[in-house]
Design a binder for this molecule. Structure first.
Ligand code: C2E
Ligand code: CA
Ligand code: CA
Length: 530
């Protein structure tokens, strides 16, 4: 299959091209899927942040009422520190509970370093008396700012950007704001642009909550605005383009081996599709020059004497792969290329080489040569046969030309060629008689000498009533037309006996001998009669 290096190289190139062609498709699919996955991540983060902010507000209002800090002495009494530590454990997402007096932290559930921190003026005051400080940089070294909510001196420290910033490998930017609020009064992490607030308008915005996905045209950053249906809080989550691209690239590299599949498929397709046409036609061209062609000879038996009186030449072709091909595999192809005459030319050359030894054993030896239909319209066939007879010094009736019934359909073209051969004394045999599915009218116009009953009728004779009866009628026809009859495909003694009794003159078949090499045929001819 891989005999031709050119085919192999073409298949590899086709495979590479197919893989390359699929590259943009794979990239587009992976990028799309990755973007969808990242938007999912942003949406989960925004929902969680909104939920924690809302919950914390409500819990803060309830807890501040319960603790009622303004009632206590100022500063950080020992009991207050413990109380704050106890309560902070129950507040999900809250880093520390603090006491805020005169915009400064005076007590904290966490480290004492927080105590004394001045917060400045609150960024916003919400309904219900909750005040908030955004972007409070308590730890100067930290890039992620705090959000502090406060109700009646009780403050909760939230670190939303840090809490949600790293999900998996992605660094998410975040802003928490309310409808109509600007960047100045909203909480936001580093890298969030003013122009991303408020969200692009959408149907239903501000009514039942919404989740909006968009991509910043300037930077390619993924933006997701989320507002839960139950609150006024909005959360913007963002993811920089290089983060998305980096993930996509990693995924593409992981999927690269997948490109082998279309590559392999294209390569195999080339190998399979290119195989029959180009290789065969090039190889056939070699065969037509004689390379790998040889003849086997199937003996023809005289049924009166049971002696070999001749043989039919049957072509074989051993191609470059060493495969032995029978004629049904290559003759139709040669015919479709209009090259049948060149094949016959080769047959004549091989016969000229093989036959002298056989003639030395049996001087009357007859040789049958098969001819394709398309050669019958060309007078050069008659010349070629005449030449072969002369070369071998054959008597006229020693050369038999076998023509199939179907090749006689266009009898007006075939007739002059057949007549020319017959005038030269060459014998004409009608091959495969009964299988040509054509009108028998040619029997009246075409002169011929032998009818070969096809082996389908021979094997059915005596077994199938209808088909078997045909063999008998063909024999009667031969007698009426005074031509010789040859039974093909005799495979057992019973068949041989039946056709002998019917009065058939000649026979061929595995019962007597299969097609033989010249050496085997010579051995048979030289065997003394038993
Ligand atoms: P065909 O002329 O009818 O040749 C007889 C075929 O029957 C041969 O097949 C032979 O091997 C096979 N055969 C002989 N005895 C028996 C038997 O007892 N039982 C069975 N089952 N088969 C038997 P092969 O050699 O494969 O040839 C097939 C056909 O190819 C031939 O049919 C002939 O039409 C064509 N052919 C062969 N050589 C040539 C050639 O040189 N030129 C052209 N144009 N056609 C050829
Ligand atoms: Ca034949
Ligand atoms: Ca035949």
């Amino acid at each position: 299959m891989f005999a031709s290096p050119l085919r192999l190289v073409t298949a590899i190139v086709a495979g590479l091209l197919a893989a390359l062609a699929c590259w943009p498709l794979l990239t587009a699919i992976v990028e799309y899927q990755n973007r969808q996955r990242m938007f999912g991540l942003l949406s989960d983060t925004a929902q969680a942040a909104a939920q924690i902010t809302t919950d914390t507000r409500q819990q803060l209002i309830a807890l501040s009422r319960h603790l009622d800090l303004p009632r206590l002495p100022g500063g950080c009494p020992a009991q207050l520190h413990d109380t704050l530590q106890q309560h902070v454990l129950h507040l999900h997402g809250v880093r520390a509970l603090v006491r805020v007096e005169n915009n400064a932290i005076t007590c904290s559930s966490a480290s004492t370093t927080l105590t004394g921190t001045h917060l400045g003026h609150p960024t916003a005051t919400r309904p219900g008396g909750v005040r908030s400080w955004h972007n409070v940089a308590i730890r100067p070294a930290s890039k992620t700012p705090f959000l502090i909510l406060e109700s009646q001196q009780l403050g909760a420290l939230l670190l939303p950007a840090e809490q949600f910033a790293l999900i998996g490998d992605a660094r998410i930017g975040m802003a928490i704001y309310e409808a109509g609020q600007s960047m100045d009064t909203s909480f936001h992490s580093v890298g969030v642009h003013q122009r991303w607030l408020p969200p692009p308008l959408a149907n239903g915005e501000g009514q039942d909550g919404f989740t909006l996905r968009s991509i910043d045209p300037e930077t390619g950053t993924l933006l997701l605005h989320h507002q839960p249906g139950s609150s006024q809080i909005r959360v913007l989550t963002t993811l920089a383009r290089n983060q998305v691209d980096r993930d996509s690239q990693a995924e593409i590299h992981r999927l690269l081996p997948l490109l082998l599949l279309p590559g392999l498929a294209a390569g195999l397709l080339v190998l399979v599709l290119w195989q029959p046409r180009n290789t065969s036609s090039r190889e056939l061209e070699r065969a037509l020059s004689g390379e790998g062609l040889f003849l086997l000879y199937q003996p023809v038996i005289d049924l009166n004497t049971d002696q070999i009186i001749g043989a039919e030449a049957l072509l074989r072709w051993r191609n470059r792969d060493g495969k032995l091909l029978t004629p049904d595999l290559f003759i139709p192809m040669v015919e479709s290329m209009g090259m049948a005459a060149r094949l016959t030319e080769q047959v004549c050359q091989i016969v000229s080489h093989d036959l002298p030894d056989m003639l030395a054993c049996v001087p009357d030896f007859r040789i049958g040569i098969n001819i394709s239909a398309q050669e019958l319209s060309d007078m050069r066939l008659a010349h070629r046969m005449s030449q072969l007879r002369a070369t071998l010094g054959l008597r006229p009736d020693q050369l038999v030309v076998e023509l199939t019934e179907s090749s006689l359909v266009q009898s007006e073209l075939a007739l002059p060629v057949i007549e020319a051969m017959r005038n030269d004394g060459i014998q004409i045999a009608i091959d495969d008689f009964g299988t040509g599915y054509c009108s028998l009218s040619y029997l009246a116009t075409i002169p011929f000498d032998i009818l070969k009953i096809d082996r389908a009728f021979v094997s059915a004779y005596g077994t199938d009533a209808v088909i078997g009866a045909i063999a008998e009628h063909v024999v009667t026809l031969c007698q009426a037309m005074q031509v010789n009859c040859l039974a093909e495909g005799i495979e057992n003694q019973e068949q041989a006996q039946r056709f002998k009794q019917l009065g058939v003159q000649m026979a061929q078949g595995y019962y007597y001998a299969p097609p033989l090499t010249p050496t085997d045929l010579l051995a048979l001819l030289r065997r003394p009669p038993v």
